[in-house]
Design a protein around this ligand. Structure first.
Ligand code: SF4
Length: 376
């Protein structure tokens, strides 16, 4: 089969894996003149690049209920050889069309055998073609620790898709996968390998949840995310709103609304960057985040005892609790205060603060500024 056809087909098949904040199925993909599927992405260091995002194969022995590649689904199946994929990547890189690789795979053989082919791709790209840049490799569920270590040696970033926050939720969407042995164990191994200095992984490890069809609650997802950040050193947790795929058991399952994914990212950001704990977040009686307002604003409205915050004396973490003030603007406020008082909303606006959101929750030299309330 022609390489171009494989590239187009297996590039399209990789769209459900998230590899960076701007690298999701929602983001417009680039197509070059040969019809290849290339994805804009944001690397961990903030650089915007184009990645070749592709599956090694879409043939799979597993039957996860939501997946386009599940065994028995009627669709064309194809696979790259490691040589084919490595030389294709090299050609794209030398033409300046891509700056990195995101490689995942369905499971057409024993997990370690699939991983060995992924290792071969990365090894050829690094050793033979001398590519020094970003390579994100996906761990195949059920792989051994030795196979994970071999994969991690060539990767800039590695990831294991947990898909669900508990064994029960995983059973509902991927009955053949064992949450603890197939998915959680590799996350712990990767942490150990990094701590023991056996692998470098400069961009660390990440994971991804499929949001919706497992019946999980937002609180469960965020509790596990918090533990993954705190106890396992994960760099990012990605949340993928479920979209039904024709000719799968979940084809009639309602799609997960985009606002739920958005709220999860907002809450995740509060945990990672703002010093919030999951238990502080405003969940409803079912354990889900509200559609009506962002979690930080709803927390602020529920905690009048914390406000108003005096902008001229509050510490960094007090400032971060104010709606409209983020890490960068909190640092700007602290820096500006060294030169004198912040006297009015105009001063705050100049520092990048969203004053219509912050105003109800602050004082400036002891006085409450006038404001109009916003729930956006
Ligand atoms: S193992 Fe991966 S590719 Fe195979 S059916 Fe499950 S999610 Fe799809």
């Amino acid at each position: 089969m022609e390489i171009e056809k494989k590239l187009e087909f297996l590039g399209k098949a990789a769209q459900y894996d998230l590899c960076g904040e701007a690298c999701s199925p929602m983001v417009h993909r680039l197509k070059d003149d040969l019809g290849r599927w290339l994805y804009p992405a944001v690397l961990p260091d903030g650089k915007r690049v184009v990645l070749l995002k592709v599956l090694l194969t879409n043939a799979c022995v597993n039957d996860c209920l939501y997946c386009a590649n599940r065994a028995g689904r009627d669709c064309p199946r194809m696979a790259f050889t490691p040589e084919e994929l490595a030389s294709t990547f090299d050609a794209l890189w030398r033409r300046g069309l891509v700056k990195g690789l995101f490689l995942s795979s369905a499971v057409d053989a024993k997990p370690d055998d699939v991983m060995a082919r992924m290792v071969a791709v990365a090894e050829i790209i690094r050793r033979r073609y001398g590519f020094p840049g970003y390579i994100h490799l996906k761990v195949i569920p059920g792989a051994s620790k030795a196979a994970v270590e071999a994969l991690a040696r060539w990767a800039t970033r590695i990831s294991v898709n947990l898909e669900a926050p508990s064994p029960e939720a995983l059973k509902r969407i991927a009955p053949a996968k064992n949450f603890t042995e197939n998915l959680f164990a590799p996350i712990a191994w990767i942490k150990e390998l990094v701590e023991e200095g056996k692998v470098l992984l400069p961009a660390g490890q990440t994971t991804q949840f499929m949001v919706g069809p497992g019946g999980e609650k937002d609180r469960e997802l965020l509790r596990l995310a918090q533990s993954l950040y705190r106890d396992f050193g994960l760099r990012r947790v990605y949340y993928s709103a479920f979209q039904p795929i024709p000719d799968t058991p979940f084809e009639d399952h309602p799609p997960t609304p985009a606002w739920r994914e958005n709220r999860l990212y907002q809450a995740d950001f509060l945990i990672r960057r703002y010093g919030f704990t999951v238990e502080e977040l405003p969940f409803d009686s079912e354990g889900n985040l509200s559609r009506e307002g962002d979690p930080k604003l709803l927390w602020a409205l529920k905690h009048p005892e914390f406000f108003p915050v005096e902008i001229n004396t509050a510490d960094y973490y007090q400032l971060l609790r104010v709606p409209g003030i983020g890490p960068r603007s909190a640092r700007r406020i602290i820096s500006a205060r060294r030169k004198g008082n912040i006297n009015c909303l105009e001063d705050l606006k100049r520092l990048g603060i969203v004053t219509k959101r912050a105003a109800p929750f602050i004082t400036l030299k002891g006085k409450k500024p006038t404001f109009q309330m916003s729930l956006i």
